[in-house]
Design a protein around this ligand. Structure first.
Ligand code: LLP
Length: 448
């Protein structure tokens, strides 16, 4: 579901023509629909109501403060993986107590800051990390709640780069080591080991990997209870799909039904649940709008050259991901009756949609059927771009980051201004001589 619809011959975001927004803020720009964000969040909460989870939105999927504030106002907590993301959550008004903090490589400075902020849970990924957390918490005279991220060795059957629940990945601790882990650290007074965390991959297109991972987790909960350790919370991570027009993702309810079957009895025993969805909330709530700079042919190949490519949206070139692309104001003959690309629309021909960067890998779509009359000056919308779009954008080739706009009904707000060339160089305009020996202080200052 989303609130991007073709009406009156052009694409609307909620009740505003996308064209008007793009003309106002320029391109490339990301446009988010607040109503879509809210609807997705509400649907998720409703689907999982029987286990009343704390929904910690995954900041890495789209960390714009406007998006975070929208979800925070609905009651969301946040899943963070860096000091920077925790700072974003805090700037959006989310108390640290509603944040969970994962990541295989948290620095001492990040751990201490999270402890001082009163983080809800530190999701610990290794023995070495636990020892460090415990040591830092003791040094600070503090206590912190910790969940062990387990690696259930389940294949989520997704892209190799985003598969995280298999043993050979860097994430979590093997199930076989989990009992030992609790035996060794489960009585620490400063780092209170009381939860289990898992995140097996993203996006996951079937419910079976969740079922398998949770079944193994439930067995571990029982083993740990026998060992005298009571698990208070289980964080199931994220990974639910979004509609990329490929019809691969089951509806949210299917994920929920499969999970609830195993989770509800645990909930009834007093275990609290946490979810960390990103993509399923924000992917369809955002589009990337680009301007066509030129069209050209090379041999049989037709190219549409846009004012941004992999710098604004890395997913197609990095993972080979599919994003539906269509003109913002197509000729009447090309108005999609449904958004999905209909290869039967007469007059569509194969194009590579590419960006301006100096790499052949700089593309948004290859051999994509698009109207043959797309011309210089047209606006194109890249759909389902809200998740891992702007958050993975780069300034490669010294291209300023796109603007971001949040739309609610008929109102639009620039929630991130387009970067300027001065922004690009901001940290280079003044150079700072350093004395060797003062390097540590400078680094500490830089990451403060
Ligand atoms: N929790 C943890 C610990 C994670 O690592 C992630 C995503 C999530 C939650 C949220 O997963 P989601 O619900 O959004 O699927 N850049 C890739 C996706 C990488 C996901 C990384 N971790 C992409 O563009 O597809």
């Amino acid at each position: 579901m989303d609130l991007f619809t073709y009406r009156n011959g052009e694409l609307y975001v909620e009740d505003l023509p996308v064209r008007h927004v793009a003309e106002k803020v320029g391109t490339p720009c990301y446009i988010y629909s607040r109503g879509t964000l809210e609807e997705h969040y509400d649907r998720l909460v409703a689907a999982f109501a029987p286990i009343a989870p704390l929904v910690c939105y995954s900041v890495k999927s789209c960390g714009n403060l406007g998006v975070l504030r929208t979800l925070a106002a609905r009651g969301a907590g946040m899943d963070v993986v860096s000091g920077g993301e925790l700072a974003r959550a805090s700037a959006a008004g989310v108390p640290a107590s509603k944040c969970v903090y994962a990541g295989v490589g948290k620095t001492d400075a990040e751990i201490v800051a999270a402890i001082h902020a009163g983080i809800g849970l530190l999701n610990c990924e290794s023995e070495a990390e636990f020892e460090n957390i415990a040591c830092l918490a003791a040094r600070e005279g503090a206590t912190v709640r910790v969940a062990l991220r387990i690696n259930p060795d389940v294949d989520p059957k997704t892209h190799r780069y985003t598969s995280t629940g298999k043993k050979e990945t860097k994430f979590g601790v093997d199930l076989e080591r989990a009992r030992q882990f609790f035996a060794r650290y489960g009585r620490d007074r400063h780092a209170r080991l009381e939860g289990l965390h898992l995140h097996i991959g993203s996006p996951i297109y079937t419910v079976d990997p969740y079922r398998e991972a949770l079944t193994k987790t439930a067995a571990l909960v029982d083993d740990l209870a026998r060992d005298g350790f009571e698990i208070r919370s289980i964080d199931l991570g994220g990974g639910f799909g979004a509609d990329y027009e490929s019809a691969q993702s089951p509806p949210l309810k299917h994920y929920a039904d499969a999970i609830l079957e195993i989770a509800k009895p645990l909930y009834d025993r007093g275990i609290r649940f946490i979810l960390e969805p990103g993509r399923t909330i924000v992917a369809n709530a955002g589009i990337l709008v680009l301007r066509v700079l030129y069209t050209k042919t090379s041999g049989d190949k037709r190219f549409i050259i846009c004012d941004a490519g992999m710098n604004a949206l890395l997913r197609p070139s990095h993972y080979g991901s599919f994003h539906f692309i269509w003109p913002v104001a197509p000729d009447a003959a090309y108005l999609p009756s449904r958004r999905a690309l209909d290869p039967e629309i007469p007059g569509t021909v194969a194009h590579d949609v590419v960006g301006p960067l100096c790499e052949s890998g700089d593309f948004l779509a290859l051999d994509r059927m698009l109207p043959q009359n797309i011309a210089r000056g047209d606006l194109l919308a890249v759909f389902t771009a809200g998740a891992y779009g702007m958050s993975m954008a780069s300034r490669y080739n010294s291209t300023p980051l796109p603007a971001e706009v949040l739309v609610a009904g008929k109102t639009a707000e620039i929630v991130r201004a387009r970067e300027t060339y001065t922004d690009l160089m901001a940290h280079e305009l003044e150079t700072t001589p350093i004395e060797v020996g003062a390097v540590d202080a400078a680094l500490a200052e830089a990451t403060r």
